[in-house]
Design a protein around this ligand. Structure first.
Ligand SMILES: Cc1ncc(COP(=O)(O)O)c(C=O)c1O
Length: 395
């Protein structure tokens, strides 16, 4: 048996080591408190589940769905973009429902990459942008996201010979893993940059609804000319606590929407229809749940950042997203700090290096830890001792 070069050459999954360690400890009966995964712990709101159950009982929803979803779902998505961002979208040409946004993000590479083509991807960044590029025989070129630039990429620093081979620019705000946000000014500049260099922008915005202190993130689609050069991936996963149901959407440039539709129609058969009705309910129904969830996350954010700062890790309060991005203490890299936390106090966090070279020196903590576990996890973290400080001093 011979696997494809594409699969054989995929870089190893960087969280493998930590996942193995956690599994070993759990097998020994140790209780691990995990801040590692951005998966909302609060259940999907009851009105959405009610609609799902009702739709599941209707035999009309037991059959193959259409790949491009129910027209009512595309209308609900258009209505939600209009209400939330003041952006008008044509439900037939500028919207495509997805089986979770990850599915669409991964398949987008097939629409653009020929062997040797480049996709510009943020580093640190959500791993699917680079991995899907590699699987489609393209090449990722990493754009460093640095704290001193507010974790926004320096587009003007990309060398000309790279730009000549580049076809897609991936952006993601509110950002995973850094929690950084972008304003319309940045998106307007990105559109101009894409026009100049004939790039397609793929903005990934699943966290626009998860925000704190009254801050309201913008959509890339609000930028002037956004529809001419790009699209936005969105998702019901994080805003409506629906990660398990798998509903996302692609909106924006009609040619890109159509290209993804053509790829998908050869690969999948759409979102189960009962779930589409649940999504319609989420988008058209009351939106109070979003504010209620954010109040809970904001309290957790404040508690986590308070404890991290006392431990000597530098962490800022993110304005949005589900993540706290913290600088590890001197003397550690992200992997050995993560291993040390796990060994000393049984707490799991995600090592920043797993998100790219420029994530090194950081760890990511997710706010999706139920309150009781959070309190326990924080008291464990407060008991962590920096054993390398002594070693550093002696040197
Ligand atoms: C930046 C980013 N994009 C996309 C996704 C995928 O979300 P989903 O497939 O649940 O819509 C995630 C999930 O964690 C994410 O962090």
């Amino acid at each position: 048996m011979r696997l494809s070069k594409r699969v054989e050459n995929l870089p190893p999954y960087l969280f493998v080591e930590i996942i193995r360690k956690i599994a070993e400890k759990k097998a020994r009966g140790e209780e691990i408190i995990s801040f590692a995964i951005g998966d909302p712990d609060i259940p999907t709101p009851p009105h959405i589940i009610e609609r799902l159950c009702e739709a599941a009982r209707d035999p009309a929803n037991h059959r193959y769905p259409d790949v491009d979803g129910l027209p009512e779902l595309r209308w609900a998505m258009a209505g939600w973009y209009q209400k939330r961002f003041g952006v008008s979208l044509d439900p037939d040409k500028e919207i495509l429902p997805l089986i979770g946004s990850k599915e669409g993000i991964a398949n987008m590479a097939t629409c653009f990459m020929d062997p040797g083509d480049i996709a510009l991807v943020p580093d640190p960044g959500y791993p699917t942008y680079a991995m899907s590029t590699l699987l489609a025989s393209g090449r990722p070129y990493y754009l460093p996201l640095k704290a001193e630039r507010g974790f926004l990429p320096d587009l003007e620093a990309i060398p000309e010979h790279i730009l000549q081979k580049s076809k897609i620019l991936w952006l993601n705000y509110p950002n995973n893993p850094t929690g950084a946000v972008a304003d319309l000014e940045f998106f307007n500049k990105a559109v101009k940059f894409a026009e100049r260099h004939d790039l397609a922008i793929c903005h990934d915005g699943p966290y626009t609804e998860v925000a704190y202190d009254g801050y309201q993130p913008v959509s890339f689609m609000q930028a002037e000319g956004a529809k001419e050069v790009g699209v936005e991936f969105h998702s019901l996963s994080k805003g409506f606590n629906m990660t398990g149901w798998r509903v996302g959407m692609l909106v924006g440039n009609a040619m890109m929407v159509n290209a993804l539709m053509r790829v998908k129609s050869n690969l999948d058969s759409g979102i189960p229809q009962a779930i589409q009705y649940a999504a319609i309910e989420a988008l058209n129904g009351p939106q109070d749940c979003i504010r209620e969830h954010n109040i809970i996350y904001q309290k957790r954010r404040d508690l986590i950042v308070g404890v991290l700062n006392k431990m000597g890790l530098k962490a800022n309060l993110p304005k949005a997203s589900l993540y706290v991005w913290a600088k590890v203490p001197e003397g550690y890299n992200s992997a050995d700090f993560t291993a040390d936390l796990l060994d000393q106090v049984g707490v799991a966090v995600t090592p920043g290096a797993g998100y790219g070279k420029h994530g090194e020196g950081h760890v990511r903590l997710s706010l999706t830890v139920p309150d009781a576990a959070l309190v326990k996890g924080l008291s464990r973290l407060a008991g962590w001792r920096n054993t390398r400080r002594q070693i550093l001093k002696k040197k």
